[in-house]
Design a protein around this ligand. Structure first.
Ligand code: FES
Length: 305
């Protein structure tokens, strides 16, 4: 019998025996070569733990015991520290996972829009519960929390690709197609759904070139933006005063004049940055300022705030 994490009557999960078996030498060599690239992206090696756990999943299909040992050795951590992280996040599986994780959003909005009904019917249809996998190893079913796609509720994810405005019937067709190996097309993003192992490698930081495929935000997501443009609405300024896009243009031009840089009508104006006048990019935010150095003292005028 395959070990796909079906729970025993006592609630214990079964784990495949090979979980602790050593990696084949060529597999281990490739893991080390990949890990060197991942670790090199971080100032401190231990910061690479999350992507390394995804890397383990891209090879084993879940976080195995040998995968925990590997991460601990590479990052000079204890196995308890690695296990503590692997058991905290739901994207890390501690037992064999199916080829496709199908997540039904049962968070508030999706639930009342039909997510609970989808969950009940699909769970019964597949004969599995939360975090359990079909005997053919193709589908792991999960209840998932809000995917920030409430405007397309109820939403179902297949390996974290969006399937919008689902019904019990459409979701049953989706799992049937995935089990039959048929091509399925997400509502947004790339044209296909990659396997759990393939997606895990992307999450480890090895791009598959699909990130920019397809539509990211559908019409429902940008409805507010459409209305704002239609009515010439803009965000309030820092004082909480509402201002118009015309004022923004004047201010931007005045700042540009003062600095000697071209304004919105110049070559490097708003159109050059891809931002409409008055809108700020995320790089304008203090949230993106460099972290304070450890041990740095707050500036004098910030003390006592
Ligand atoms: S509640 Fe389902 S995506 Fe937000």
């Amino acid at each position: 019998m395959e070990h796909y994490g079906l729970q025993s009557a006592a609630g214990h999960l079964t784990v495949a025996p090979e979980s602790k078996e050593p990696y084949a030498p060529e597999v281990l060599a490739q893991l080390h070569a990949d890990a060197v690239q991942v670790v090199a992206r971080y100032p401190q090696a231990r910061s690479a733990l999350l992507p390394l756990l995804h890397l383990v999943q891209s090879v084993d299909g879940y976080v195995t015991g040998r995968g925990i040992d590997f991460c601990a050795e590479v990052l000079d951590l204890t196995t308890a520290e690695v296990s503590g992280v692997a058991t905290f996040y739901t994207q890390y599986k501690r037992h064999p996972n199916g080829e496709y994780t199908v997540g039904v959003c049962t968070n508030t909005l999706c639930a009342i829009m039909g997510g609970d009904q989808i969950w009940d019917e699909v769970s019964e249809y597949l004969g599995i519960g939360h975090d359990e996998t079909t005997a053919d190893g193709r589908i792991t079913l999960e209840r998932v929390e809000c995917n920030a796609a409430c405007d397309f509720a109820p939403v179902v994810m297949a390996n974290w690709e969006f399937f919008d405005n689902q019904t019990p019937e459409s979701t049953k067709r989706l799992v049937d197609d995935l089990r039959a190996g048929k091509a399925v097309k997400p509502s947004r993003g790339p044209n296909r759904v990659c396997t759990f192992k393939q997606v895990s490698r992307v999450l480890a930081g090895f791009h598959d070139g699909l990130a920019d495929e397809g539509v990211g935000a559908g019409p429902a997501s940008v409805e507010g933006l459409r209305l704002a443009r239609e009515n010439d609405w803009t965000a309030p300024d820092g004082d909480g005063n509402r201002h118009t896009s015309q004022q923004d243009s004047t201010t931007t031009q005045a700042s540009a004049d003062a600095s000697g840089a071209p304004g919105p009508s110049g070559a490097a104006g708003a159109s050059g940055t891809g931002l409409a006048a008055g809108r700020s990019s995320s790089t304008d935010s203090h949230a993106n300022d460099a972290d304070e150095k450890p041990g740095a003292q707050p500036a004098a005028d910030e003390k006592g705030k």
